[in-house]
Structures are given as C-alpha cells and as structure tokens.
Ligand binder design. Sequence first.
Ligand code: UTP
Length: 468
Amino acid sequence: MEKKQLFESRGQGQIFRFWEGLNEKERANLISQADEIDLDELDDLVSTLVKASGDKESVNFSALKPAPYLPIPEDLDTNEDWQEAKKLGEDALRKGKVAAFTVAGGQGTRLGYDGPKGTFPVTPVKKKTLFQVFAEKIQAARLRYECELPWFIMTSDVNHEATVAFFEANDFFGLAPDSITFFRQGRMPAVDYDGKIILESKSSIAMSPDGHGGALRALERSGSFKAMEDAGIEVLSYFQVDNPLVQAIDPYFIGFHLKSGSTMSSKMLPKAYEKEKLGHFCVLDGVTQIVEYSDMPDDLCALRDPDGKLSFRAGSIAIHVISLDFARSLVAAGSSVSLPFHRADKKVPFVNEEGNTQKPDTANGVKFEMFVFDAIPFSKNPLVIETTRLNDFSPVKNAEGIDSPESCRADQLKLFREWFDAAGINIPQGFDGSIEVSPLYALDKESFVSAWKKNSVSIDFSSDVYIG
Ligand code: UTP
C-alpha cells in the first residue's frame, strides 16, 4: 500500500502496525487521517521543536521594549481623533466591508464543559449561551449599520457537527442561515518524544486542532477568504468564543485600524497586576510582537515607570481587526512568511501493544499549535489600542476562580449596573437580584442611555431584571 510505504520511508510506519486486523471502515479512517498529515512539515517540526531543546528561541530580553499603544481618552464623545475613527469604522460597516470572525475550535479543557464552548450558558438572567450573545450583538450591528455583516465561525473536527446542530436547533438565533459560515480548522498529529506519530487507537491517529493560528490556513482552505473577497469584505473583526463582553463589532477599533494603515490591530488592557496571565505587547528590534506571560522574566513583569505604572503593562486580550489581504498573504502559496508552530507537552492517550487505548498520567507527547497573534510581527503599522475591561473582556476559561463563569457573571452585572446608573435608573438599596440587558436593546452604555430615554418602562426589582 502506497501510503504505508510512504510513512514507513519517513520513519512513521508505526501508525499502520495494526493494519492487518482492521476492517475496511477502520482502514479508510486511518488513511484519511494520514492524508491530512504533511510529512515534510512534520519532519521539520520534529527536528526544530521536539528533538531540539524546544520552541523558545531565546529572546534578547535586554533589548525588549514595551509596545506603544493608543490610550483610551477620558471622554470619547468629545475626542476628535476618536470620533473621526468612529465615523470611518461606521462608514466601513455601512459599506459592507466588515465580517465578524469567531474562533471556536478550542477544546475548552479547563472549563471542563461537555460540548462546544459556544453552547455554554453565560448571561446572568436569561442564561443565554455564548453563541446567542454574539448572534445578538451581530444582529444589533447589522440593524444599526444596515449591513450584511457576515459571520464566520471556525470550529474543529471535534465540535463542528455539534456547533452547527446547535445553531439549527435555535433557528440561528434569528440570523439568516446563509449569513453564517461554519468551517473546520485543520488538525495536527501528536508525536512522542522521539518524534513518532502517536496512534490513539488501532485505527486512529492522535490528532488535535492546530491552534487558533490555524484559522488563517482554514479560512483559505475552506474557501472563506474567497467568499469574503466576493462579498467585498476588507476587514475581519476577530474575537474568541469564550468572551461574552467583547464588543464584537467596534466602530472605533475598525476606524483606527483603517486610519492608521495597519494590517493587523489589537486591543490591549493595562494588566491588573504583575503576573496577570496575559501576553505582553512588546517591541524587539523595531518589530511589534506578543511575548507570552509564561516566557516573560519576572523582573520585566515587575518593572515600573517613574509614575508607578507597570512598564510592560499592555496585556493582550485576543481581540483583533485583521485586513483580509494581509491575512491571505500569510497563507498564499509561495508566501515567504508563515506562522510558526509552538510545542505543547500534553498527556496524549495512546494505544498499547495489546491494542487498548491508555490514558497516561504524565505528559507523554507533543502537540503542535499556531497562535494567531504570531501574525502581528508581519503586520504593516501594527496598531495596539487600549480598551476597558468591562467593555471588552471577561473570558470564561476556568471552571472556577479567575476567568470563570462566576467572575464573568459578576462582570456582566457590574457592566449592566453601570448602564443603569448612566441612564438614571435607580436600583433600590438591598436589591440582590441579577440584571441583564439584551444586545438587541443596547450594545453599549451610550445606546442604552438613548434607548432608555425613548422607551423606559417601569422595572420590578422584586426579582431579576431583564431588559430586552
Ligand atoms: P484557549 O487558548 O483558551 O484554548 O482558546 P481552549 O482550547 O478553548 O481551552 P483550554 O485551553 O483547552 O482550556 C482561545 C480561543 O481560541 C480558540 C478557542 O475556541 C477560543 O475561542 N481556539 C483555540 C481555536 O479556535 N482552535 C484551537 O486550536 C485552539
């Protein structure tokens, strides 16, 4: 068999060691997985990331500088620069140049929830799921800017069917089904510490999603880039599936991206404390990049400016605006640049010599992942812009504690209380219920205040409050 010979000739014949005992379906499965593997790429990764000391090129930390960022002004409404950017962003939206893009292919292991993370209920009163929150934000933006605003959602092999079925079961949350494109991200095989591809069962290879950076390849391969081009899309509003507070469509952000001639822009938050687990926006030899929190030396994390602020305070929250042409250029055939893979040591279930799958207690192999923020160094005029926590960031990552359903719920309550205050709604002392505002009622404080002025209703604070 040709495939078997090929893998054998590359030292990976072990994936076929149970071949003789497999039935036709199992053989077909194994072959189709083997077809997904680019052996040249894998050889390269094994020699650079598995057999060498690791993927961490030693950064010259003494030359590392904090990346400059555009600070958020005290009063957006009167700041000419920000108002001009907002107009530009709104104009791009009205002209149909923007698509929303959600990466939802992760495995959500930390949350420990059974099902695609986007189907996790997250809002305080109605328990809307993450996908519903984004759908409503997108619908609200479509109505506000009278535009198509297509939505692209990247899934993985593991959660694709469940994700699509969830949207179908919920009538796509009122969005036209053909305005949402679901596509699967790529997969990579896991290898052991000798670089051998791990077999998970007799007939399947241990494959896993290739990281959110795999989005660019997957957009190309799925034909989504082409569809975007045909629809006149010029920029993607990129956000992650786990963050319901994100301004999925932010005209200021889009406007600044366009105004500054950037090809990939990013939002930042000043880190709340030295060791907050956010990547750091840095500049090294004139190139803007993110240094992961796990790579940043303690002394740099702790370094302070004369005014007492952390020097490396610009934390990445994985919200980007990316120009379509730029994203495509990174994955075009013959492109001189590409996103690097990173190594992650994991416990990878494997098949033992008796043919049974075994779960290891400690890491036994390496998975390969790409990160979307690795595109930033290739960007022209990469822009980093400040936002505020409540208006953009409260992810659901962990089952409890920091970045958990509980902390996210508390942040939503804080945000909606702020909106109530701004609209002059008096929350009775001692009210300990929950408050929730539908994105279809208001997307932000400003629109909440003006919607409330037009049609306020009397609120019954004897139970939870939902404004929709
Ligand atoms: P995380 O880095 O939080 O990973 O993903 P995760 O897989 O969701 O969760 P853990 O680490 O297993 O607990 C950040 C975002 O990137 C997406 C996720 O769906 C989430 O929106 N992502 C991550 C992908 O789309 N594909 C991947 O391969 C990895």
